[in-house]
Design a protein around this ligand. Structure first.
Ligand code: ATP
Length: 241
């Protein structure tokens, strides 16, 4: 791990029962940069994110986040890591503002809540119970919850999936702002546009392994990101059969 790398995944393999989800996966996320992880359904994106978050333990290989093994990490380490899970994981009977105030109070130097609420348009529904919000509204709260502690590294699982175009732009602006303040951000996405507009680095995974990694221009080559993705993921799918 170099000083410039905040997340390092090295030769990670994982099975769920007899199903192999990760196959010697290796990649690194540079500090204070946005890494977008692309890959087909079932490629292993959520699995590796959960391992980097310390929620799941790999069968073999190593993961270092802020130079720490996330599985054995202390509470101090976890406070420096922001997490947005794919299905939110938020309590239904709480109002957004109440939740964010509660979370902010857990951190030494939380983000300024009014600015965060404003950036994600949460003010319009801040006093409505989470269970009564739309999926996109809940997602915005989940993103705010991941960033409110001003983490050193944030793992965001499909943060803009299902959001309307305005909300997507808001999310991208906020993610860039946190990157510019020094947060290392790892984002999974199925959107080529998101990767092209947001990523300092793109990783394409397929069949549990990395099939491409680099800046958008390098990975895209002359054919573009979308074509590169189809070429690489189709090929790996064919050879896996
Ligand atoms: N808890 C689990 N039990 C059994 N198999 C699982 C479990 N979680 C994931 N898998 C399997 O592991 C593989 C990788 O799943 P994972 O959720 O990491 O993929 P993904 O790239 O995040 O997919 P998506 O784009 O659909 O979110 C899939 O084949 C999936 O069926």
């Amino acid at each position: 791990m170099t000083e410039a790398e905040t997340v390092v995944v090295d030769q990670v393999t994982h099975h769920y029962g007899s199903k192999q989800a990760l196959d010697r996966m290796s990649w690194a996320a540079p500090a204070a940069a946005i890494t977008c992880v692309l890959g087909p359904n079932g490629a292993g994106k959520t699995s590796i994110m959960e391992m980097a978050e310390g929620l799941r333990r790999p069968d073999s290989g190593t993961i270092r986040v802020l130079d720490t093994d996330p599985w054995h990490a202390s509470a101090e380490h976890r406070a420096r890591v922001g997490v947005m899970l794919q299905d939110g994981g938020l309590p239904g009977s709480v109002r957004p503002l109440r939740l964010l105030k509660h979370l902010a109070a857990l951190y030494d130097e939380p983000d300024a809540l009014p600015a965060l609420v404003d950036a994600l348009g949460i003010g319009d529904f801040q006093r409505t119970n989470l269970r009564r919000l739309s999926g996109g509204q809940r997602q915005r709260v989940a993103l705010a919850a991941a960033l409110v502690g001003r983490p050193k590294v944030a793992f965001l699982d499909e943060p803009s999936a299902g959001l309307d175009p305005h909300a997507r732009l808001d999310v991208w602006d906020l993610v860039r702002e946190h990157r510019d303040r020094g947060t290392t951000i790892v984002v999974t996405t199925h959107s080529f546009e998101e990767a092209e507009r947001l990523a300092d680095q793109v990783i394409i995974v397929a069949g549990g392994s990395v099939v491409a990694q680099g800046d958008v221009a390098t990975v895209s080559g002359t054919v573009g990101l979308e074509q590169t993705y189809f070429d690489l993921t189709r090929r790996s799918k064919d050879t896996a059969r």
